[in-house]
Design a protein around this ligand. Structure first.
Ligand SMILES: Nc1nc2c(c(=O)[nH]1)N[C@H]1C(S)=C(S)[C@@H](COP(=O)(O)OP(=O)(O)OC[C@H]3O[C@@H](n4cnc5c(N)ncnc54)[C@H](O)[C@@H]3O)O[C@H]1N2
Ligand code: MOO
Length: 364
């Protein structure tokens, strides 16, 4: 978007005070003030007027500077008079005048293509009166939690748990810039799962499906058993957490099947889904910011597997502390972490003070 007009559109006052000719107050000091007669007030919103020679006019912040004035003297260095005013300081030409186009010149690029429309960007569009812009639609994501152990909050029965992944993945989608259209739960029953999925896809408003659970090696792997025959590929990735994964197309809609352990689901989201989703809708920064930081304690990289360890990053000291055990069941620990240490497979043992790559999970 290029500026259709200058911003500000007219010269206006940056202070409550008096519109003056700088030359008229050039000798003013506290000991030797200048007294001038005061013309009509200029409140904000008044049309551009004139400044009669040898006079000043009271002017409010944002009000149009009258023709003939070339500076504003703030009220604090005057006696605040309304008939005549004593001006106790000189103000050079241009003082407290926000000139037309001093923020954005007409024709200047304000918002480059691809920018995310946050509060400041939407505000600048409003300031220019631009009411319509071409945007990419936020991707619409269906989140499906699977597992017969999942129970309705608040009272899971014996052997049951609450659905953490549904909330976690829906929140992750929204944080990444997508829309979590619906969040569903389905038991470990293949016909039920497929009927639900096909019904949802028939609605035609889904850009991506994310499932969690049912992808590993158990006797009841609802996602793998249901979608494997439909052409979704299930693999083991040399990564911890997040080893079992699935992805493919179902009825031409991309489907990503994440492992059920909540830490595995969220880590897999970070590594595989979030960057791809953001790249797909043209986000200028699909990846998390990756920084080098020094370890506060020793770490042993895994044999044959890349590992992503939850961690806390100290941005002032540039240090990073592993946060909680490496296992994929420790969601409580993840909730206290703000970074992931990315440890390549088969690395040498790391000592405190060694540098590692860290994904900053607070980066936008
Ligand atoms: N014999 C093997 N067992 C497992 C393997 C393997 O290779 N061989 N892989 C392990 C790894 S690694 C992972 S990760 C998990 C992945 O299992 P699934 O994706 O099939 O997930 P589930 O079995 O359904 O659940 C795993 C775990 O997560 C809990 N869960 C599931 N969904 C939710 C939810 N929505 N909210 C909260 N918690 C959830 C579930 O209760 C299980 O505790 O498999 C290992 N096993
Ligand atoms: O891959 Mo699993 O995620 O380690 O627990």
């Amino acid at each position: 978007m290029t500026a259709p007009e200058p911003l500000p559109a007219f010269d206006n006052s940056g202070m409550d005070g008096y519109a003056v000719r700088a030359v008229d107050v050039a000798t003013a000091t506290a000991d030797s003030p200048v007294r001038l007669s005061v013309g009509e007030d200029i409140p904000a919103g008044a049309p551009v007027g004139e400044l009669a020679p040898g006079t000043v006019r009271r002017i409010m912040t944002g009000a149009a500077v009258p023709r003939g004035a070339d500076a504003v003297v703030e009220v604090e260095v005057t006696d605040g008079g309304t008939e005549t005013v004593e001006i106790r300081a000189a103000r050079p030409t241009g003082s407290f005048v926000r000139t037309a186009g001093s923020d954005v010149a007409q024709g200047q690029e304000v918002l480059p293509a691809g920018v995310t429309l946050g509060p400041a960007q939407l505000g600048v569009l409003a300031a220019f009166g631009v009411r319509e812009v071409v945007v990419r639609r936020r991707p619409r994501v269906l989140v499906v939690s699977t597992g017969s152990e999942l129970a309705e909050d608040p009272a899971p029965g014996s052997g049951q748990i609450r659905d953490a992944n549904g909330v976690l993945l829906a929140a992750a989608v929204e944080e990444a810039g997508g829309v979590a259209v619906r969040k569903l739960w389905v038991e470990d029953d293949v016909p039920t799962f497929l009927a639900l999925l096909d019904g949802e896809l028939a609605a035609g408003d889904i850009d991506l499906v994310i499932t969690s659970g049912g992808v590993s090696a158990g006797a009841y792997e609802v996602v793998k058993d249901g979608l494997g025959p439909r052409g979704v590929e299930f693999v083991k990735v040399a990564m911890q957490p997040g080893m079992p994964q699935g992805s493919g197309l179902v009825d031409n809609t991309p489907v990503v099947c994440l492992p059920g352990n909540p830490v595995s689901a969220l880590t897999s989201w970070e590594v595989f889904v979030r960057p791809a989703l953001r790249r797909a809708f043209g986000h200028p920064r699909p990846q998390r910011t990756v920084v080098r930081a020094t370890l506060t304690e020793p770490l042993q990289p895994l044999r044959g597997k890349r590992q992503l360890r939850r961690a806390r990053l100290d941005r002032t000291t540039g240090t990073v502390a592993p946060w909680g055990p490496p296992g994929s069941g420790f969601l409580g620990w993840f909730a206290g972490a703000d970074a992931l240490i990315d440890l390549p497979a088969d690395g040498a043992p790391l000592a405190a003070g060694d540098a590692v790559e860290v994904w900053d999970l607070t980066s936008g």
